[in-house]
Design a binder for this molecule. Sequence first.
Ligand SMILES: Nc1ncnc2c1ncn2[C@@H]1O[C@H](COP(=O)(O)OP(=O)(O)OP(=O)(O)O)[C@@H](O)[C@H]1O
Ligand SMILES: [Mg+2]
Length: 323
Amino acid sequence: MQRILTITLNPTIDCTTGVPELIPRRKLRCEAATFHPGGGGVNVSRVIKELGGETTAMVAVAGHSGQFFRGLILDAGIDAVFLEARGMTRQSFAVHEGVSGHQFRLLFPGPAQDAAFGDRALAMLGDLLAADAYPYVVASGSLLPGLSEDFYRGVADLAKRHGSRLILDTSGPALEAALGHGAYLLKPDFLEAQALAAALGLRDDDPEPLARLILDKGGAEIVIITLGPDGALLATKDEFVRIRPPKVEMVSRVGAGDSFIGALSFALAADWPLEKACAYGVAAAAAAVTTEASELAYKADIDRLYAGIELVSRAPQNHSAAK
Ligand SMILES: Nc1ncnc2c1ncn2[C@@H]1O[C@H](COP(=O)(O)OP(=O)(O)OP(=O)(O)O)[C@@H](O)[C@H]1O
Ligand SMILES: [Mg+2]
């Protein structure tokens, strides 16, 4: 098993609670809160650990809440290296409203950083990659305010220089800036892929031309577009595969994408074939939607759902040649 390095610049203390009804102006007495260490890469590390894999999380923490966050990581038993940032590590709230059954997710931007922070983060990453071999690096989640949108481009360049494969789960300008910089795998969801394609001049409601365009732009060797309840499209220059999860009862979508990346990277680091690794990701994401709020996927559920995955494979259409 090979150790996977995850990167989280904007972690969050995930606070989950419930309230009978959200009513304006009243004091709302909530249920006792539960706390988890969250943020894209941290969640990915939690899932890798749940599956028995080896992972180190590089996490930026800030201020007093950053100390609390370190304690949560310690409690979760995740090996981590910390980078000090300015301000305070953020919290996020997931509030379940009893009367409607709805879940409200309240997210904050995270503390603003000065220009030097990005360079410090890249220097730390360079040191980590120089000190140990990490065949896979996972960068996931939002960037801190003030950080250049080019940041993941720097991560992609460093990963390439050290012979690590970069799995990147981000969106918007940060995703666009990373195109053409040698990322191994990109995992936008459908809306993120549509937005990226629109920025590149293509509007389409079908995930296949979107994936084809991202591959053509040198986005990555592998593009996986996740499609919510419809699973995922795995696209490489050689094959397009649709992977559908079995039907599950949806409890909370929190962490579906991160559970996907966690199981996918676990399986790739264990040298599974790509299609099976992607199917394992689909199973983990389906398992994650059956758990409450910031709870992620459990191994027993992932393995059970993996058995019910459907794969439909075919050669890719050449989008430009079809015109
Ligand atoms: N209702 C569902 N039933 C089964 N699986 C689901 C369901 N919703 C989502 N998934 C799984 O979760 C994966 C990721 O979901 P989605 O496409 O919404 O990604 P995402 O928007 O990146 O998620 P996140 O909000 O966690 O970042 C899907 O590929 C699918 O495998
Ligand atoms: Mg996502």
